[in-house]
Ligand binder design. Structure first.
Ligand SMILES: Cc1cc2nc3c(=O)[nH]c(=O)nc-3n(C[C@H](O)[C@H](O)[C@H](O)COP(=O)(O)O)c2cc1C
Length: 302
């Protein structure tokens, strides 16, 4: 017998029928007269994370919102991540009230704005944010540039599958990440090593809401959980290393340093090492060569 009850799936299931952990993001866009509008959004997640020509987020929003209309018109977006202060969440809920104009919303806005760092005319970024993604909507996907601003009472079909106007009242935007801006303290943490003490206090929007309240929680102390490294055995690394390329060999010592690579990534990692070795005119990968190669792999990742 199941230990769960079967809950009906209805519109906005993530709010009505679930507890779904989400970020709280103030989305900055430019109005027609160049003012920055801030709207509150939680349905915003990484979309292209590797293996494409660029990195991207996806934003899901009501297509009549200031945000959607501004993106359809101007493409540029700032995604501002704020910390867990109660006054910030209160302000996010105010900025999330549907139907307010930009002038009304921004008149006494608690958040200060400053210029970001990406090129071109762009929405400002929130000074109090701990990190900001400056983005550009990729309207070439699914020919979404054909979708135009202006229909505030709903869009007629046909609809796109994943980019642009996707339903009568809905829109999805694939946002190419142009810059990730990070406050000093957290920049240092990422570069020099994160500990439980130097995480930004990130709020979690619980998803679930009713007609009265949104629910959000503050940061408690984050705890680390060790990644269970399953040491592959040396023989299987040596076996795989021998089969990548006849012109480049790995010494046993070098193979011994590669046993922590998860087996499913091993072939891809070894192939990448071999192609770097070839660029560097290295035919035997020993421990010293591995340093050079790994250095280059890290740089390429950056
Ligand atoms: C915490 C929070 C999260 C929200 N997340 C979303 C969301 O992901 N998508 C959406 O369409 N509306 C969301 N809303 C509602 C929008 O904020 C609301 O439609 C608002 O009018 C948008 O502002 P804008 O018209 O200036 O874009 C959220 C509201 C709050 C308070």
């Amino acid at each position: 017998m199941s230990s769960f009850k079967d809950l009906r799936i209805v519109d906005n299931f993530y709010q009505t029928s679930a507890f779904f952990p989400m970020p709280t993001i103030l989305v900055g866009t430019l109005t027609e007269n160049g003012q920055t509008n801030l709207g509150s959004y939680s349905l915003c997640f990484p979309y292209y994370i590797a293996g494409k020509e660029y990195y991207a987020m996806i934003l899901e929003c009501r297509n009549s919102s200031n945000t959607a209309q501004n993106i359809l018109r101007g493409s540029r977006v700032s995604l501002n991540f704020v910390t867990d202060e109660r006054k910030y969440f209160r302000e996010a809920v105010r900025l999330g009230f549907p139907g307010d104009t930009t002038a009304e919303k921004m008149k006494n806005c608690l958040f200060d704005l400053e210029r970001g760092q990406a090129d071109g005319e762009r929405p400002s970024v929130v000074k109090q944010a701990y990190q900001v993604f400056e983005c550009t909507w990729d309207s070439s996907l699914e020919n979404a540039y054909l979708d135009k601003a202006g229909s505030l009472d709903g869009y007629e079909p046909p609809y796109r599958d994943f980019n642009g106007i996707t339903s009568k009242f809905g829109a999805h935007f694939i946002l190419k990440i142009d810059k990730i801006l990070m406050k000093d303290k957290y920049y240092d943490a990422i570069i020099n090593g994160v500990s439980a003490k130097n995480f930004p206090p990130v709020p979690v929007d619980y998803g679930y809401r009713d007609s009265t309240n949104f629910w959000c929680s503050a940061l408690r102390k984050p705890f680390p959980e060790k990644i269970q490294a399953k040491d592959g055995d040396l023989d299987s690394v040596k076996y795989a290393a021998k089969r990548i390329d006849p012109d480049v060999t790995f010494t046993d010592e070098a193979c011994a340093r590669l046993t922590k690579i998860p087996r499913i990534f091993l072939k891809a990692a070894l192939s990448q090492m071999v192609s770097i070795a070839k660029e560097e005119n290295i035919s035997v990968i020993d421990e010293a060569a591995l340093e050079i190669i790994n250095d280059k792999r890290r740089k390429e990742k950056k």
